[in-house]
Design a protein around this ligand. Structure first.
Ligand SMILES: Cc1cc2nc3c(=O)[nH]c(=O)nc-3n(C[C@H](O)[C@H](O)[C@H](O)COP(=O)(O)O)c2cc1C
Length: 356
């Protein structure tokens, strides 16, 4: 490995207490403690996606994680969007459409609000993970000060140079460069701009690495050691991997989703708003295709659409029915491997080091 790449990765690992520069990506609903502990125990960093978690659940997750690993973990929260504009007639059309794919949708389903961000933040401070991470925006100055005082580092997700510079100015200790290949929600600070800001990781990563003073973590489409090596060469200090861990033994997603990941070509995933109202990359399932069709009602804004689709998503998950499942997936889904997560981490890192 060339000395500059080695030094950059080593500096990052030393600063954040890991043995190798591979982080489990925060994935709400798909980061069980066992998966995080396996990645941390293999030398990387665990993660919890806490967007929908109560303060108690955040504390409980960290307690459980500490029982299974001495390694570090990040707890991820979403910076709330402004309250959405509601349209009762449009919501009624969406509800009627969704009933073709799942159970009846009560009008009140659209009232689902965002979680209590301040309460989540207090719980995060009390739980003291090694890292707090944000998506969809940045912490306030007061929150950044509280993190520093508690000795908790802050990783901020960015999809453009402008967002990355805002995160750095707000006090982020590292910036996650999220390429548009990534599975799950796109972290654009402004929800409406997400589709217009779809940069691939190969274009975004070196731009951020050249302009930022803080380390850059690469995310999006990294599924094996080739991706890890390429990201480190393009200026990343570490990588964050989501989809490639979803088929691992410790992952608890439904089996139909696991199977579909390994069979998916890059173009079988699609960036869509039809699950939550926020843009996110998912497998192009029957529901996604129908809801994206020209004659389907337009998705409601976040978090209204998330509330309206909750029943369908829950039912599909319980029934292991891929067609209506919220099956997030990045473009490198085909790289997701069965087997223990530790083997995925070690395989990636060995291959990356050999290539570098
Ligand atoms: C199932 C799933 C859930 C996700 N949930 C979150 C989340 O709650 N917060 C977040 O910051 N990113 C979330 N993401 C995005 C990941 O953190 C990361 O950016 C992405 O997985 C990287 O791309 P990859 O999936 O190609 O590895 C999610 C991704 C997936 C696949």
């Amino acid at each position: 490995m060339t000395p500059d790449i080695r030094q950059r990765a080593d500096r990052f690992c030393q600063r954040f207490g890991i043995a190798l520069p591979i982080l489990l990506a925060p994935m709400a609903g798909a980061c069980p403690v066992a998966l995080s502990a396996a990645v941390a125990n293999a030398g990387g960093m665990g993660a919890m996606g806490a967007v929908l978690s109560t303060p108690e659940q955040i504390g409980q997750w960290m307690d459980d994680f500490r029982r299974q690993s001495d390694g570090p973990a990040q707890v991820n929260v979403w910076v709330p969007d402004p309250a959405p504009a509601r349209d009762a007639a449009a919501e009624a059309a969406t509800r009627a459409f969704l009933e073709r794919w799942g159970p009846p949708v009560p009008a009140s389903a659209g009232d689902a609000g965002p979680a209590d961000f301040d309460a989540q933040f207090d719980a995060l401070i009390a739980a003291r993970p090694a890292v707090a991470s944000t998506i969809m925006g940045v912490f306030s100055a007061a929150q950044a000060r509280r993190l520093k005082a508690a000795g908790i580092a802050w990783f901020a997700c960015a999809t453009t140079l402008d967002e990355a510079l805002r995160a750095q100015a707000a006090g982020a200790d590292a910036v996650v460069a999220q390429g548009m290949e990534a599975g799950g929600h796109r972290g654009a600070f402004e929800a409406a701009r997400a589709d217009a800001q779809m940069s691939g990781l190969f274009a975004l990563l070196p731009r951020l690495a050249d302009r930022l003073d803080v380390p850059v973590i690469a995310a999006g489409g990294i599924g094996d050691g080739r991706g890890v090596a390429a990201a480190l060469m393009l200026g990343a200090s570490a990588v964050q991997v989501g989809t490639a861990f979803l088929a691992a033994d410790e992952s608890t997603i439904p089996d139909a989703w696991k199977q579909a990941l390994t069979a998916a070509e890059p173009e079988h995933t699609r960036a869509t708003r039809v699950f939550s109202g926020r843009l996110g990359r998912a497998l192009d399932t029957g529901y996604v295709r129908a809801a994206e069709a020209a004659d389907a009602p337009r998705p409601q804004p976040y978090p209204v659409q998330r509330g309206l689709t909750a029943g369908m998503r829950r039912q599909a998950q319980a029934d292991n029915r891929l067609d209506a499942m919220q099956a997030w997936a990045g473009q490198s889904a085909w790289m997701a491997r069965r087997g223990p997560a530790a083997a995925v981490v070690q395989g990636m890192w060995q291959q990356a080091q050999a290539l570098l």
